[in-house]
Write a protein that binds this ligand. Sequence first.
Ligand code: HEC
Length: 201
Amino acid sequence: MAGMKLFFVLMILFLAAVQGWAQPLKSLGLIGNRVQERFETLVQEDLSLLEKEGFYEAAKFFRNFPRELTYWTQDYVGDYRVKVELFALQYRDIGNLAPPEVAESLENFLESLRLGEEPLPQIIIRERGEKIFYLYVLPLKVKKSCLPCHGSRIRFQEELRELYPEDQARELKVGDLRGALVIEIAPEALNRFASKLSKSP
Ligand code: HEC
């Protein structure tokens, strides 16, 4: 595990050192920050929906987060070859179980937390047929705002059990790893965004 982590760190340093990579790397960091902010805004909106409309409506809204975030990010990047997803090892919905390469990043994040370190985002290169995509994997830790739905005192136990009988994403504490926010972006889209960025003052 530690070896894997070193590999990723080395890979990122290597990519940063290769000419022409500094700007795309900076862009990826920027996109990641903005998407994470957007995610947190959606969580706040969901909390008020939870108060006003109850758990079913809030869950439905949460379920739509990946689509919302995808549209938002396509708009921000100015290219449609971008997709945002939410994954976990301890999932609420089994459909959000992390695919193997993301699961590996999540294991690395857990290892960092065990060592008392802050987990760092990772970049994965995914091949699909002839094409490659970058996956930017950001760790999502449990914050206070997650507790009403992922903590130990959930008021909507019945609804939760009914909607998600296989739920494992509860009884969590602030600082625990909740999952990953994954931004999949085509190299062309990233480069386009990066060059736009370098031209703006
Ligand atoms: C209003 C309730 C609510 C709040 C608040 C909430 N979640 Fe969730 N979360 C859900 C529901 C419902 C799902 C299942 C969505 C689905 O059906 O795909 C979920 C799923 C997830 C997933 C996808 C993986 C999985 O377990 O299925 C992640 C990652 C996640 N939440 C992270 C967070 C984080 C981080 C916070 C706090 C910053 C948070 N959530 C706050 C209700 C909530």
